[in-house]
Design a protein around this ligand. Structure first.
Ligand code: RIB
Length: 311
């Protein structure tokens, strides 16, 4: 298994407003603070893995506006291979207005912009480099056809794929994602995909099993404060506990989990150990505001694990 990680996915500029509460319709409300940061589910997962020391390549599209150059520079400064990150003439960069409540809970809107222009042909253009990857990460902030095409291409070459079906879209064709090695939804996404409740661990397992019954190989359900669950056709579900921390901002926690999971998985090939690693990395990330800027480096993560008595 190659140790390189490929991410075929989105990037956004996060426009984060920290609020006391959401305003009602027609109401104007002052909010305590605001921050701009680099985000997008694909980019976040790439950055988490890169910050932990993984060799990461990204296939993505930015706008030719104010944000595009900064986004590209950010990837380069983090050591991510940007050979296949291009600007789309005339397109705006993806942006994500995010609202974070005092509890750390977040609400996110996305305007995909240039991410809509990442097409199957762009994956073909990156194929020689993607073929060297030990794992490819996908999310749903790019066109669905590009997601299906990447899965089919990777499955034909025996390259493992992890699909994070986020944000969940009911029109996702499960038949066309069966080539993925892992499907990794959160509870909300699992409910949208299956039509089944997934609020409790037992419900999440039942909903994940309904996907396994349809041919999905391995479902990793991220359960927020309850950790994560691995459901496959073999044996009982396996649960990985969360680490308890005081949340400041939960935005990007799922991406932190998956980026760290990917970095550990390509290095060791142990799914449950990679889930435990991801759960710890995500817990650490929610103790700081923001998405990518809240993600720890390998040294910072080692220090966090030391506080848990683990490093
Ligand atoms: O998962 C968090 C991310 O979702 C944010 O960074 C935002 O850009 C949206 O893509």
């Amino acid at each position: 298994m190659g140790a390189r990680i490929g991410v075929v996915g989105s990037n956004m500029v996060d426009l984060v407003t920290y609020i006391d509460r959401m305003p009602a319709a027609g109401e104007t409300l002052a909010a305590p603070s605001f921050a701009i940061g680099h985000g997008g589910k694909g980019a976040n997962q790439a950055v988490a893995a890169a910050k932990l020391g993984a060799d990461v390549m990204l296939v993505s599209r930015v706008g030719d506006d104010l944000f595009g150059g900064g986004t590209l520079r950010n990837f380069q400064e983090l050591g991510i291979d940007t050979t296949h990150v291009r600007a789309i003439p005339g397109a705006q960069s993806g942006v994500a207005p995010i609202f974070v409540e005092p509890s750390g809970e977040n609400r996110i809107l996305i305007v995909k912009g240039a991410n809509e222009h990442l097409l199957p042909a762009d994956v073909d253009a990156a194929a020689a480099d993607l073929a060297r990857c030990g794992l490819i990460l996908l999310q749903l902030e790019i066109p669905l056809e590009t997601v299906y095409h990447t899965i089919a291409w990777a499955a034909g070459r025996g390259i493992p794929v992890l699909l994070n079906p986020a944000p969940a879209v009911p029109e996702l064709d499960v038949e066309r994602i069966l080539g993925a090695t892992f499907l990794a939804p959160n509870q909300t996404e699992l409910t949208i995909l299956t039509g089944l409740p997934a609020e409790t661990r037992a419900q999440a397992e039942a909903a994940a099993r309904s996907l396994v019954a349809r041919g999905v190989k391995q479902v990793i359900v991220t359960l927020g404060g309850d950790g994560a669950l691995l459901v496959t056709a073999e044996g009982p579900a396996q649960h990985v506990a969360a680490v308890s921390v005081k949340p400041v901002d939960t935005s990007g926690a799922g991406d932190a989990f998956l980026g760290a999971f990917a970095q550990h998985y390509v290095a060791h090939g142990d799914t449950l150990a990679a889930m435990r690693w991801g759960a710890r990395y995500a817990a650490d990330s929610i103790t700081r505001p923001g998405t990518q800027k809240a993600f720890a480096t390998a040294a910072e993560f080692a220090a966090f694990r030391q506080t848990l008595g683990e490093a």
